[in-house]
Design a protein around this ligand. Structure first.
Ligand SMILES: [Zn+2]
Length: 365
């Protein structure tokens, strides 16, 4: 009798579960990058006076969609900026990031043929440029920017060519190299994010800082990355692409010299959470007084780099020490327990900043 009552109660309860509610198990979970799950409102509405930054889960790589705020007419006022296009998926062990991005954009408000106001490819690595042909085939590209360093990569040149062909079709602008075509030097304001969002170019190098152009290492190419600081609602977001320690040190120097202010509410962690970026010193400049509104977001997948997967435990520990639990989100969240080939597309991260400075970050699932 007792068992029958328990069974009936269980059936009643399961029948009442509202599947649109956030997954509280994950929200309060013990996983290293578990965090809040976006409610249905966040997913369905892009309200006025909000800056929205979406790290689309492209697997190992970066694919970031920025929607700038509008007051009355989204179509006229809000800009769609894409920073990096994810990998193509043609390299063994990688995800079809470009296709994942196209799918996400189509499902979340960009109809086929819609204008992407600007596409920035941060640097000449496949996990950032591989998806360009997929994006160019589905959408119009109004403006194209990269650092100007091609790293002897024919794949990168082909991706740039596909973007530039799209740009010239609509009479748009190609600004390569970003310095001096977008702005004359680092640490000055750009017009890239529209009339309401202030932005500084933090970095872009047409030649690696090491000077090595003939046989550039991964680090050399990473350190050419186009990076930005953008501001809305009195809050700043750092978009650091794959910059490594040497350039983070340049940014610390510029911060100390008063050329920039690194203090931020949100950081797109550099280089997928690798240990060659995000030093404790850099973090102390970005988050001098961390509270409950500071976040770090990471774009990564479960790709094995000689026994290392990103983000590293070291980077996560450094970030969590500063920001606390549940404020470090990663598109690689729990990918270790997923089967290969299913790690992309399910841990997209949405960051919103409202005009009053309210900052929220959550997983779109
Ligand atoms: Zn990368």
């Amino acid at each position: 009798m007792k068992r029958a009552i328990v069974l009936i109660l269980a059936l009643l309860v399961s029948g009442c579960i509202d599947t649109t509610l956030p997954d509280l198990t994950l929200e309060l979970g013990e996983g290293r990058t578990d965090g809040p799950v976006c409610g249905p409102d966040k997913l369905q509405n892009f309200p006025p006076e909000q800056l929205r930054i979406t790290l689309i889960d492209v697997g190992q790589g970066d694919g970031i969609w920025i929607q700038t705020p509008y007051y009355e007419n989204q179509q006229l006022e809000s800009r769609n900026i894409i920073i990096d296009a994810g990998p193509s998926g043609n390299v063994p062990g990688t995800s079809p990031g470009g296709a994942v991005m196209v799918d996400y954009l189509l499902t979340n408000g960009l109809p086929p043929g819609e204008r992407i106001d600007a596409l920035v490819i941060s640097h000449a690595h496949e996990d950032h440029y591989g998806g360009v042909p997929a994006l160019a085939a589905m959408f119009e590209i109004g403006r194209y920017i990269d650092p100007g360093f091609a790293a002897n990569s024919s794949g990168f040149l082909a991706a740039r060519g596909a973007a530039q062909a799209d740009v010239s079709k609509v009479g748009g602008q190609s600004q390569v190299p970003a310095i001096p075509e977008l702005v004359p030097r680092p640490f000055v304001q750009t017009d890239l994010f529209g009339q309401y969002v202030e932005s500084d170019l933090l970095w872009s190098a047409a030649v690696p800082p090491s000077g090595n152009t003939t046989d550039p290492s991964g680090t050399d190419v990473n350190n050419t990355s186009v990076a930005f600081a953008i501001r809305w609602g009195g809050k700043q977001v750092l978009l650091l692409a794959d910059l490594e320690d040497e350039v983070e040190q340049e940014l610390i120097n510029a911060n100390l010299a008063g050329e920039i202010d690194l203090t931020s509410a949100v950081m797109k962690v550099a280089h997928h959470g690798s240990s060659s970026s995000t030093s404790p010193a850099f973090l102390s400049h970005v988050y001098p007084n961390p509270g409950s509104e500071e976040w770090a977001v990471i774009s990564s997948g479960r790709r094995d780099f000689s026994g290392v997967t990103l983000p590293t435990e070291e980077t996560l520990a450094n970030l969590t020490r500063v920001l606390g639990e549940h404020h470090v989100l990663s598109t690689e969240n729990r990918d270790d327990i997923k089967s290969p080939g299913t790690e992309h597309g399910d841990d997209t991260i949405i960051v919103t900043i409202d005009a009053d400075g309210t900052v929220q970050a959550c997983y779109a699932q």
